[in-house]
Design a protein. Structure first.
Length: 278
């Protein structure tokens, strides 16, 4: 009898190994032992798990260059290869800097594009009216200036529509142009913008003026990089402690130098052959 039981045990163990990889898993062992058997089986099967990992890698979020390539009709960063340049100014309106920049543009008869932050529009509507009255184009730069890549499409939509409503009540049109804060955006937000008739516009020449650099550095950053169809990023507003003196002092020299090189200054709708409104 003992021999029969022993033979049955051996048979059970062989069957368990063949079917489950562990005698404990099929011979009535406690759950803890079965779990240990499953752990070893998982470890043995790890090489087979490579396919899901590669799928995850291929599905990683697209970077800005990939988004521009895939959505080239909606996402712009420069204009056509013509002797025209668009000067753009972010984070307006700001009573510390915006009026001084408008004075310079008026003196040189340059029309530019200003991207407005909604909560500032509500606070300084007279400055927005001046930008519009003097022939410049206004674009949407969100309501609270968040980092959009970490926000949902719904949050993105709320920021854009709230600013759009605020701006349209002052300037009489809903801006078609949209610039995400920091130039950052994700694919879901680009798809929503495309579906709803917006054009996203970043830049290909960065003055880096937000760093508070002096006029010499601002001037060099722009003049060394500007070329046909360039979209130049400046700021005409900033946070607490911002200093845009470098831009204000460099702007006349930049305008004069680029004009001497044969460039014409235009708004973004002119450069990109787009309407300024939706």
């Amino acid at each position: 009898m003992f021999r029969m039981i022993k033979l049955m045990g051996v048979a059970c163990g062989i069957a368990a190994v063949l079917l489950h990889g562990s005698p404990a898993a099929a011979c009535g062992a406690p759950r803890q032992a079965a779990a240990v058997g499953n752990f070893h089986m998982t470890a043995m099967a790890e090489p087979v798990q490579e396919a899901p990992e590669s799928v995850e890698t291929s599905a990683k979020p697209k970077n800005l260059a990939e988004l521009r390539r895939q959505y080239s009709e909606t996402f712009k960063f420069r204009g056509p290869n013509v002797k025209k340049i668009a000067l753009t100014f972010d984070d307006v309106p700001d009573p510390r800097f915006t009026p001084r920049i408008l004075d310079i543009l008026h003196r040189y008869d340059v029309k530019s594009t200003f991207f407005a932050v909604g909560h500032r529009v509500k606070k300084y509507p007279d400055l927005v009216q001046r930008i519009h009255r003097e022939g410049h184009v206004l674009g949407n730069h969100s309501f609270t200036h968040p980092q959009f890549r970490s926000r949902s499409v719904k949050q993105f939509q709320q920021e854009i529509l709230r600013t759009e409503k605020t701006l349209s009540g002052i300037i009489g049109y809903r801006p078609k142009l949209l610039r995400p804060p920091y130039g950052e955006i994700n694919e879901g937000q680009v798809k929503w913008a495309k579906k709803n008739g917006y054009t996203i516009v970043n830049w290909n020449v960065d003055s880096l003026d937000w760093k508070g650099i002096d006029r010499t550095k601002v001037k060099a950053n722009v003049l060394n990089a500007a070329g046909p169809g360039s979209i130049v990023l400046f700021h005409a507003g900033g946070g607490t402690g911002s200093d845009l003196t470098g831009t204000i002092e460099a702007l006349p020299e930049i305008i004069e130098t680029l004009r001497d090189r044969g460039y014409q200054f235009v708004t973004l709708p002119e450069l990109l052959n787009l309407p300024k409104y939706k």
